[in-house]
Design a protein around this ligand. Structure first.
Ligand code: FCB
Length: 508
């Protein structure tokens, strides 16, 4: 088994790729037959149709974040790419990005307000002296979105943290979300941003993919602070992020009392969960299946249970039976107005082979799966049915759902059109089964800095050419635009699209 803890692995959750051993082991997981597929799925009036970015990935000048320092360290980023060299410089191109959204009829845009940009130093944070240029840039973006009739969704923490809270030169010391002060300061940050920008946005995401940050930073080592299998610290991060989310939720609701779009709601707050499907590595193997269920619980359910139901499973064992466990904790319960779900792909889980992750006692396979499905440039399976599966799993929470990210690394644009159509078909079908999905944000609006993998993976609806600075909509953006215009997907339209093309591999 080839270990994939190395630098540059896709966004923090990829533990391992299937080796030759894997390629003989598994047949594609069966998809539940279920009721017949509808000929057409329809979306509701007012469905949010958008795309997403994150500040560190598309802006320049975030050197005072932990990622800013991390990206300067040798060997951390594929091809030694630098976030400030070769990226789309979004804050200097707000009009271009809004024009691209409008050109395809998108009605929403998810982006982040970068904490380190607004408060580059601890002194500035403590004195509440935000950087004037940063505030002006984000205010301008929000104003221009409003003029364009595009609904903003603001993320307050998308992986990068200010360097005064996360010091990449001292990984043995508590960093980032391990530090109690981070929750305190984040809550203040949430309150200040909601006070300042609450009249301009109603949609808030507190923390993006809290468990990916934990996994990348403390288990797999591809994110700051770069630790391997440091499980105690990893679980502390997850616990602190859940509590910080709840505090931020309360702070936003207290501060944002202004209804930005006149729909009667001042603030809709959640976090963006990264949800996946999990299948037994060997179909029919009961141990693998039990291991897959353990990983699914930890990855998909633990955080949602904590902040929606208040069920606090402190030891992550799937039962509320530990000394620190608590059911329906009022300090956590009810802290999501909607579920923000990022969905990308499938995962195979083995109980008997490979590098086992403690806590779940299972090996996790996320790229190069021997399933026979098409693969992206990142080596991830293209598995649209999985979106339907994770949406069905959200039904018991009885909350509206927004797909806050979904997309494909596809530099040649030979997969994206079909990828979008097939995923939106699954989304519409899940709606027909009763899942209340209100919006979809494609990742990403434009090519950007893909964390440890640098600029290699190309996720944009719009391509960015660093040599010329050209921003060029990819052909697949038209397919997205046609679906938005129709507010529906026909099965026959999907059948008419070309088959998935071959990937241009960009794996680390
Ligand atoms: C998600 C991240 C996003 C981007 C995509 C490809 O996990 O939230 O920033 O890296 O993956």
């Amino acid at each position: 088994m080839r270990r994939r803890f190395a630098v540059g692995v896709a966004f923090g959750v990829a533990f391992a790729a299937c080796s030759a051993a894997c390629s003989t082991a598994s047949t594609p997981p069966a998809i539940d037959a279920g009721p017949p597929a509808p000929a057409q799925v329809d979306f509701p009036t007012g469905m949010l149709w958008g795309s997403a970015t994150a500040g560190f990935q598309v802006e320049k000048g975030n050197a005072t974040s932990d990622w800013g320092h991390w990206a300067q360290l040798p060997g951390k980023i594929k091809n030694a790419d630098k976030p400030d060299v070769g990226g789309p410089d979004a804050l200097a191109h707000i009009d271009d990005d809004i024009a691209a959204l409008k050109a395809t009829g998108q009605t929403a845009y998810r982006f982040s307000i970068e904490w380190n940009r607004v408060y580059p130093t601890r002194a500035a944070f403590d004195a509440d002296q935000p950087d004037a240029a940063a505030l002006a840039a984000y205010a301008s973006l929000l104003q221009k979105l409003k003029l364009a009739g595009i609904t903003p969704m603001v993320t307050l923490q998308h992986f990068a943290l200010p360097d005064y809270l996360s010091d990449v030169s001292a990984p043995t010391q508590p960093q980032g979300w391990e530090r109690p002060e981070t929750t305190t300061l984040f809550t203040q940050y949430c309150s200040r941003m909601a006070t300042r920008f609450g009249a301009m946005t109603d949609w808030w995401v507190t923390i993006n993919e809290p468990l990916n940050l934990m996994l990348g930073g403390y288990v797999q080592g591809s994110f700051p602070p770069g630790l391997l299998l440091s499980m105690d610290r990893a679980l502390l991060v997850a616990r602190n992020e859940a509590r910080a989310h709840a505090r931020c939720f309360d702070a936003i609701h207290a501060a944002d009392t202004q209804d930005a779009d006149g729909d009667g709601k001042a603030a809709l707050v959640s976090y963006a969960a990264h949800l996946r499907t999990f299948h037994a590595y060997e179909e029919g193997n009961a141990d693998d299946q039990a291991a897959a269920d353990r990983v699914r619980y930890l990855w998909n359910d633990w955080f949602l249970n904590a902040v929606i139901r208040g069920d606090w499973d402190d030891d992550f064992n799937g039962k509320l039976d530990g000394p620190n466990d608590k059911a329906a904790d009022p300090s956590l319960k009810g802290r999501a107005d909607y579920i923000g779900a990022n969905y990308y792909s499938d995962t195979l889980i083995s109980a008997s082979r490979g590098v086992k992750v403690p806590v779940v006692n299972a090996a996790v396979y996320q790229d190069g799966l021997a399933t026979g499905r098409p693969r992206s440039d990142f080596g991830w399976d293209i598995y649209p049915e999985g979106l339907g599966i994770v949406l069905d799993e959200l039904k018991p929470y009885a909350l509206p759902v927004v797909i806050t990210e979904n997309g494909v690394a596809d530099s040649k644009d030979v997969m994206r059109a079909r990828f979008i159509a097939e995923h939106l078909y699954q989304l519409g079908w899940a709606r027909a089964r009763g899942v209340d999905v209100r919006g979809y944000f494609h990742w990403a609006l434009i090519d950007n800095f893909e964390w440890a993998s640098g600029f290699c993976p190309r996720f944009g609806l719009v391509s960015y050419d660093p040599a010329t600075g050209a921003r060029t909509p990819r052909a697949s953006a038209q397919t997205y635009g046609q679906i938005i215009a129709a507010n529906a997907v026909k099965k026959s339209d999907i059948d008419a699209l070309p088959a998935y093309g071959a990937p241009t591999l960009c794996a680390p």
